[in-house]
Design a binder for this molecule. Structure first.
Ligand code: A3P
Length: 341
Protein backbone atom coordinates (compact mmCIF):
# COMPACT_ATOMS: atom_id res chain seq x y z
CA UNK A 1 0.00 0.00 0.00
CA UNK A 2 1.28 3.47 -0.82
CA UNK A 3 2.26 5.61 2.14
CA UNK A 4 -0.32 8.30 2.90
CA UNK A 5 0.76 11.89 3.25
CA UNK A 6 -0.91 12.84 6.50
CA UNK A 7 1.75 15.34 7.46
CA UNK A 8 -0.71 18.21 7.18
CA UNK A 9 -3.11 16.59 9.62
CA UNK A 10 -3.09 16.59 13.38
CA UNK A 11 -3.07 13.30 15.23
CA UNK A 12 -1.73 9.80 14.92
CA UNK A 13 -1.85 7.99 11.60
CA UNK A 14 -3.01 4.36 11.55
CA UNK A 15 -0.01 2.10 11.50
CA UNK A 16 -1.49 0.02 8.70
CA UNK A 17 -2.03 3.08 6.50
CA UNK A 18 1.70 3.66 6.64
CA UNK A 19 2.87 0.08 6.36
CA UNK A 20 0.05 -1.82 4.68
CA UNK A 21 -0.01 -5.59 5.06
CA UNK A 22 3.75 -5.97 5.15
CA UNK A 23 4.33 -8.14 8.21
CA UNK A 24 7.38 -9.88 6.86
CA UNK A 25 9.69 -11.01 9.64
CA UNK A 26 12.96 -9.34 8.74
CA UNK A 27 15.33 -10.87 11.24
CA UNK A 28 14.28 -11.93 14.69
CA UNK A 29 17.29 -10.57 16.57
CA UNK A 30 19.55 -13.59 16.84
CA UNK A 31 22.00 -11.54 18.83
CA UNK A 32 19.89 -12.17 21.93
CA UNK A 33 19.67 -15.95 21.53
CA UNK A 34 22.38 -16.53 24.12
CA UNK A 35 20.61 -14.42 26.70
CA UNK A 36 17.24 -16.02 25.98
CA UNK A 37 18.50 -19.58 26.17
CA UNK A 38 19.82 -19.09 29.69
CA UNK A 39 16.54 -17.73 31.08
CA UNK A 40 14.37 -19.97 33.27
CA UNK A 41 11.57 -21.47 31.23
CA UNK A 42 8.23 -23.16 31.85
CA UNK A 43 5.30 -24.46 29.86
CA UNK A 44 4.50 -26.42 26.78
CA UNK A 45 5.46 -25.75 23.15
CA UNK A 46 2.28 -23.70 22.67
CA UNK A 47 2.64 -21.75 25.94
CA UNK A 48 6.36 -21.47 26.40
CA UNK A 49 7.30 -18.76 28.89
CA UNK A 50 10.68 -17.37 29.94
CA UNK A 51 11.49 -15.41 33.05
CA UNK A 52 13.14 -12.16 32.02
CA UNK A 53 13.68 -9.42 34.60
CA UNK A 54 11.18 -11.09 36.94
CA UNK A 55 8.42 -11.26 34.31
CA UNK A 56 7.15 -14.38 32.53
CA UNK A 57 7.21 -13.62 28.81
CA UNK A 58 6.35 -15.61 25.70
CA UNK A 59 9.58 -17.18 24.57
CA UNK A 60 9.46 -15.80 21.04
CA UNK A 61 8.86 -12.25 22.25
CA UNK A 62 11.78 -12.05 24.69
CA UNK A 63 14.17 -10.75 22.00
CA UNK A 64 11.65 -7.99 21.32
CA UNK A 65 11.64 -6.91 24.95
CA UNK A 66 15.42 -6.80 25.05
CA UNK A 67 15.54 -4.99 21.76
CA UNK A 68 13.00 -2.34 22.86
CA UNK A 69 15.07 -1.75 25.98
CA UNK A 70 18.24 -1.28 23.97
CA UNK A 71 17.08 0.33 20.77
CA UNK A 72 13.82 2.20 21.18
CA UNK A 73 14.18 5.93 20.67
CA UNK A 74 11.30 7.93 22.08
CA UNK A 75 10.07 11.07 20.42
CA UNK A 76 8.47 14.06 22.12
CA UNK A 77 4.72 13.57 21.95
CA UNK A 78 4.83 9.76 21.96
CA UNK A 79 1.89 8.20 23.76
CA UNK A 80 2.40 4.73 25.16
CA UNK A 81 -0.62 2.58 25.91
CA UNK A 82 0.35 -0.10 28.42
CA UNK A 83 -1.62 -3.06 29.74
CA UNK A 84 -1.50 -6.60 30.94
CA UNK A 85 -3.11 -8.81 28.30
CA UNK A 86 -6.91 -9.05 28.19
CA UNK A 87 -7.57 -5.92 30.22
CA UNK A 88 -9.12 -3.76 27.52
CA UNK A 89 -6.12 -3.02 25.30
CA UNK A 90 -8.20 -3.17 22.11
CA UNK A 91 -10.74 -0.76 23.58
CA UNK A 92 -8.09 1.63 24.88
CA UNK A 93 -6.37 1.62 21.49
CA UNK A 94 -9.65 2.56 19.82
CA UNK A 95 -10.55 5.27 22.36
CA UNK A 96 -7.09 6.83 22.39
CA UNK A 97 -6.81 6.76 18.61
CA UNK A 98 -10.28 8.22 18.02
CA UNK A 99 -9.71 10.92 20.63
CA UNK A 100 -6.25 11.98 19.51
CA UNK A 101 -6.99 11.77 15.81
CA UNK A 102 -10.36 13.53 15.85
CA UNK A 103 -9.12 16.58 13.96
CA UNK A 104 -7.57 14.53 11.21
CA UNK A 105 -10.33 11.94 11.17
CA UNK A 106 -13.73 13.36 12.11
CA UNK A 107 -16.06 10.73 13.45
CA UNK A 108 -18.56 11.54 10.72
CA UNK A 109 -16.02 10.40 8.13
CA UNK A 110 -17.42 7.29 6.46
CA UNK A 111 -13.83 6.20 5.88
CA UNK A 112 -12.81 6.69 9.53
CA UNK A 113 -9.85 4.37 10.32
CA UNK A 114 -11.78 2.64 13.10
CA UNK A 115 -14.56 1.75 10.66
CA UNK A 116 -12.17 0.05 8.25
CA UNK A 117 -9.34 -1.19 10.49
CA UNK A 118 -9.06 -3.23 13.66
CA UNK A 119 -7.66 -1.08 16.52
CA UNK A 120 -4.53 -3.26 16.56
CA UNK A 121 -3.92 -2.17 12.96
CA UNK A 122 -4.01 1.46 14.09
CA UNK A 123 -1.77 1.19 17.16
CA UNK A 124 1.26 -1.13 16.93
CA UNK A 125 2.50 -3.55 19.59
CA UNK A 126 6.11 -2.52 20.14
CA UNK A 127 7.63 -5.74 21.44
CA UNK A 128 6.24 -7.79 18.57
CA UNK A 129 7.65 -5.37 16.00
CA UNK A 130 11.05 -5.43 17.64
CA UNK A 131 10.92 -9.22 17.92
CA UNK A 132 10.40 -9.38 14.18
CA UNK A 133 13.21 -6.97 13.41
CA UNK A 134 10.66 -4.42 12.20
CA UNK A 135 11.51 -1.57 14.54
CA UNK A 136 12.31 0.74 11.62
CA UNK A 137 8.58 0.83 10.98
CA UNK A 138 8.14 2.89 14.11
CA UNK A 139 10.61 5.45 12.74
CA UNK A 140 8.45 5.78 9.66
CA UNK A 141 5.35 6.64 11.70
CA UNK A 142 4.61 10.36 11.77
CA UNK A 143 4.28 12.04 15.15
CA UNK A 144 2.41 11.98 17.37
CA UNK A 145 2.83 8.23 17.63
CA UNK A 146 0.53 6.04 19.68
CA UNK A 147 2.26 2.80 20.62
CA UNK A 148 1.35 -0.18 22.75
CA UNK A 149 3.33 -2.32 25.16
CA UNK A 150 2.77 -5.22 27.55
CA UNK A 151 6.02 -4.35 29.37
CA UNK A 152 5.94 -3.95 33.11
CA UNK A 153 6.84 -0.42 34.13
CA UNK A 154 10.14 -1.64 35.53
CA UNK A 155 11.11 -2.97 32.08
CA UNK A 156 10.45 0.20 30.09
CA UNK A 157 13.52 1.95 28.71
CA UNK A 158 14.23 4.81 31.13
CA UNK A 159 14.39 7.18 28.14
CA UNK A 160 10.68 6.51 27.78
CA UNK A 161 9.50 5.91 31.35
CA UNK A 162 11.20 9.06 32.68
CA UNK A 163 10.61 11.22 29.63
CA UNK A 164 8.66 14.39 30.45
CA UNK A 165 7.62 14.65 26.80
CA UNK A 166 5.98 11.20 26.62
CA UNK A 167 2.73 10.09 28.21
CA UNK A 168 1.74 6.64 29.39
CA UNK A 169 -1.82 5.36 29.73
CA UNK A 170 -2.14 2.08 31.60
CA UNK A 171 -5.29 0.01 31.83
CA UNK A 172 -5.78 -2.92 34.16
CA UNK A 173 -8.63 -5.15 35.18
CA UNK A 174 -9.84 -7.20 38.09
CA UNK A 175 -7.44 -10.16 37.99
CA UNK A 176 -10.02 -12.97 38.00
CA UNK A 177 -11.81 -11.55 34.97
CA UNK A 178 -8.48 -10.93 33.32
CA UNK A 179 -7.52 -14.59 33.76
CA UNK A 180 -10.82 -15.84 32.39
CA UNK A 181 -10.44 -13.58 29.38
CA UNK A 182 -6.85 -14.77 28.89
CA UNK A 183 -7.94 -18.39 28.91
CA UNK A 184 -10.68 -17.82 26.34
CA UNK A 185 -8.28 -15.90 24.16
CA UNK A 186 -5.63 -18.62 24.26
CA UNK A 187 -8.28 -21.17 23.36
CA UNK A 188 -9.86 -19.15 20.58
CA UNK A 189 -6.47 -18.32 19.14
CA UNK A 190 -5.80 -22.05 18.92
CA UNK A 191 -3.08 -22.28 21.55
CA UNK A 192 -2.62 -24.47 24.59
CA UNK A 193 -5.33 -26.84 23.48
CA UNK A 194 -4.57 -29.35 26.23
CA UNK A 195 -4.54 -27.03 29.18
CA UNK A 196 -7.55 -26.34 31.35
CA UNK A 197 -8.55 -23.13 33.05
CA UNK A 198 -7.28 -24.50 36.33
CA UNK A 199 -3.79 -24.94 34.81
CA UNK A 200 -3.69 -21.24 33.97
CA UNK A 201 -5.17 -20.39 37.36
CA UNK A 202 -2.44 -22.33 39.19
CA UNK A 203 0.25 -20.58 37.17
CA UNK A 204 -1.32 -17.20 37.91
CA UNK A 205 -1.40 -17.88 41.65
CA UNK A 206 2.36 -18.42 41.44
CA UNK A 207 2.81 -15.30 39.30
CA UNK A 208 3.65 -17.43 36.26
CA UNK A 209 0.87 -16.54 33.83
CA UNK A 210 1.86 -14.79 30.56
CA UNK A 211 3.32 -11.37 31.48
CA UNK A 212 2.88 -12.24 35.15
CA UNK A 213 3.03 -11.73 37.96
CA UNK A 214 -0.20 -9.80 37.60
CA UNK A 215 0.46 -7.78 40.77
CA UNK A 216 3.90 -6.68 39.60
CA UNK A 217 2.42 -5.45 36.33
CA UNK A 218 -0.28 -3.43 38.07
CA UNK A 219 1.78 -2.08 40.95
CA UNK A 220 4.54 -0.69 38.74
CA UNK A 221 2.17 1.57 36.82
CA UNK A 222 0.12 2.35 39.94
CA UNK A 223 3.19 3.69 41.71
CA UNK A 224 4.38 5.52 38.60
CA UNK A 225 0.96 7.18 38.27
CA UNK A 226 1.13 8.32 41.88
CA UNK A 227 4.67 9.65 41.45
CA UNK A 228 3.98 11.43 38.15
CA UNK A 229 0.23 11.78 37.51
CA UNK A 230 0.85 14.20 34.66
CA UNK A 231 2.83 11.52 32.82
CA UNK A 232 1.11 8.24 33.77
CA UNK A 233 -2.66 7.76 33.72
CA UNK A 234 -3.92 4.68 35.55
CA UNK A 235 -7.24 3.37 34.26
CA UNK A 236 -9.38 0.46 35.39
CA UNK A 237 -11.49 -1.50 32.93
CA UNK A 238 -14.43 -1.75 35.35
CA UNK A 239 -14.54 2.03 35.87
CA UNK A 240 -14.37 2.60 32.13
CA UNK A 241 -17.28 0.22 31.58
CA UNK A 242 -19.31 1.90 34.32
CA UNK A 243 -18.83 5.38 32.83
CA UNK A 244 -17.13 5.30 29.43
CA UNK A 245 -17.92 8.94 28.63
CA UNK A 246 -16.12 10.17 31.74
CA UNK A 247 -13.23 7.85 30.89
CA UNK A 248 -12.90 9.33 27.43
CA UNK A 249 -12.98 12.87 28.85
CA UNK A 250 -10.26 11.94 31.34
CA UNK A 251 -8.21 10.40 28.55
CA UNK A 252 -8.56 13.50 26.38
CA UNK A 253 -7.61 15.83 29.23
CA UNK A 254 -4.61 13.70 30.16
CA UNK A 255 -3.40 13.52 26.58
CA UNK A 256 -3.54 17.31 26.33
CA UNK A 257 -6.46 17.38 23.91
CA UNK A 258 -9.47 18.13 26.16
CA UNK A 259 -12.86 18.45 24.52
CA UNK A 260 -13.81 22.05 23.79
CA UNK A 261 -17.17 23.46 24.80
CA UNK A 262 -18.27 23.16 21.18
CA UNK A 263 -17.20 19.52 21.04
CA UNK A 264 -19.04 18.83 24.29
CA UNK A 265 -22.13 20.55 22.95
CA UNK A 266 -21.90 18.45 19.80
CA UNK A 267 -21.73 15.29 21.90
CA UNK A 268 -18.28 14.23 20.74
CA UNK A 269 -17.29 12.32 23.90
CA UNK A 270 -20.52 10.31 23.56
CA UNK A 271 -19.93 9.73 19.86
CA UNK A 272 -16.39 8.44 20.46
CA UNK A 273 -17.69 6.13 23.17
CA UNK A 274 -20.42 4.83 20.88
CA UNK A 275 -18.04 4.24 17.99
CA UNK A 276 -15.65 2.33 20.26
CA UNK A 277 -18.28 0.30 22.12
CA UNK A 278 -17.86 -3.43 21.94
CA UNK A 279 -21.19 -3.83 20.15
CA UNK A 280 -20.30 -1.34 17.44
CA UNK A 281 -16.79 -2.69 17.04
CA UNK A 282 -17.65 -6.34 16.86
CA UNK A 283 -20.28 -5.58 14.20
CA UNK A 284 -17.76 -4.06 11.77
CA UNK A 285 -16.39 -6.10 8.89
CA UNK A 286 -12.89 -4.98 9.86
CA UNK A 287 -13.33 -6.79 13.18
CA UNK A 288 -15.36 -9.75 11.93
CA UNK A 289 -12.77 -10.63 9.32
CA UNK A 290 -9.01 -10.67 9.10
CA UNK A 291 -6.32 -11.21 11.65
CA UNK A 292 -3.37 -9.37 13.18
CA UNK A 293 -0.15 -10.36 14.88
CA UNK A 294 3.49 -10.85 14.08
CA UNK A 295 4.33 -14.45 14.95
CA UNK A 296 0.82 -15.69 15.64
CA UNK A 297 -2.09 -14.29 13.67
CA UNK A 298 -5.01 -13.58 15.98
CA UNK A 299 -8.39 -13.43 14.23
CA UNK A 300 -9.78 -9.94 14.86
CA UNK A 301 -13.04 -11.35 16.19
CA UNK A 302 -11.19 -13.00 19.10
CA UNK A 303 -10.54 -9.57 20.61
CA UNK A 304 -14.26 -9.01 21.21
CA UNK A 305 -15.86 -11.53 23.54
CA UNK A 306 -18.29 -10.56 26.33
CA UNK A 307 -16.84 -7.30 27.58
CA UNK A 308 -18.50 -7.53 31.00
CA UNK A 309 -17.50 -7.45 34.66
CA UNK A 310 -17.67 -10.60 36.76
CA UNK A 311 -17.54 -13.38 34.17
CA UNK A 312 -15.13 -15.19 36.52
CA UNK A 313 -18.13 -16.64 38.39
CA UNK A 314 -18.71 -18.90 35.40
CA UNK A 315 -15.22 -20.37 35.59
CA UNK A 316 -14.00 -20.32 39.20
CA UNK A 317 -15.26 -21.96 42.33
CA UNK A 318 -15.75 -19.69 45.36
CA UNK A 319 -12.67 -21.38 46.82
CA UNK A 320 -10.53 -20.50 43.80
CA UNK A 321 -11.81 -16.94 43.93
CA UNK A 322 -10.99 -16.61 47.64
CA UNK A 323 -7.52 -17.97 47.02
CA UNK A 324 -6.52 -15.60 44.26
CA UNK A 325 -8.24 -12.65 45.94
CA UNK A 326 -6.17 -13.29 49.05
CA UNK A 327 -2.93 -13.53 47.06
CA UNK A 328 -3.64 -10.30 45.18
CA UNK A 329 -4.76 -8.50 48.33
CA UNK A 330 -1.58 -9.55 50.06
CA UNK A 331 0.65 -8.41 47.19
CA UNK A 332 -1.10 -5.04 46.92
CA UNK A 333 -1.17 -4.40 50.65
CA UNK A 334 0.04 -0.94 51.57
CA UNK A 335 -0.17 0.36 48.01
CA UNK A 336 -3.59 1.98 48.40
CA UNK A 337 -4.87 -0.11 45.50
CA UNK A 338 -7.55 -2.78 45.92
CA UNK A 339 -9.80 -4.85 43.71
CA UNK A 340 -13.29 -5.64 44.87
CA UNK A 341 -15.07 -8.63 43.35
P1 A3P B 1 -13.66 -10.59 27.77
O1 A3P B 1 -12.85 -11.71 27.26
O2 A3P B 1 -13.85 -10.62 29.25
O3 A3P B 1 -14.95 -10.42 27.06
P2 A3P B 1 -7.63 -6.99 25.27
O4 A3P B 1 -8.13 -6.00 24.29
O5 A3P B 1 -6.63 -6.42 26.24
O6 A3P B 1 -7.16 -8.21 24.59
O7 A3P B 1 -8.85 -7.36 26.22
C1 A3P B 1 -9.90 -8.14 25.71
C2 A3P B 1 -11.10 -7.97 26.61
O8 A3P B 1 -11.68 -6.68 26.39
C3 A3P B 1 -12.17 -8.98 26.27
O9 A3P B 1 -12.85 -9.24 27.49
C4 A3P B 1 -13.02 -8.22 25.28
O10 A3P B 1 -14.32 -8.73 25.13
C5 A3P B 1 -13.00 -6.84 25.90
N1 A3P B 1 -13.26 -5.79 24.91
C6 A3P B 1 -12.82 -5.71 23.65
N2 A3P B 1 -13.26 -4.60 23.06
C7 A3P B 1 -14.00 -3.95 23.98
C8 A3P B 1 -14.74 -2.72 23.95
N3 A3P B 1 -14.82 -1.99 22.86
N4 A3P B 1 -15.39 -2.37 25.08
C9 A3P B 1 -15.32 -3.12 26.20
N5 A3P B 1 -14.65 -4.30 26.28
C10 A3P B 1 -13.99 -4.70 25.18
Amino acid sequence: MAALDKSCLVGPVPFKDVHGDDDHVISPPDEYADIVSTLPSIGSPDLHLRLYQDVWLFNELVPGFISVQRRFTPRPGDVLLASPPKCGTTWLKALAFATMARAAYPLSDADHPLLRLNPHECVPFMEALFSAGQEAKLDALPSPRVLHTHMHHSMLPRSLADNPDCKIVFVCREPKDMLVSTWHFIKSAGGSSNSSFSDLFELACEGKNPYGPIWGHILGYWRASKAAPERVLFLRYEEMLADPVSAVRELARFLGVPFSAAEEAAGLPMDITAMCSIDTMRGLDANKKGSSGTFVKFPHETFFRKGVVGDWVNHMSPEMARRIDAIVEDKLRGSGLTFSS
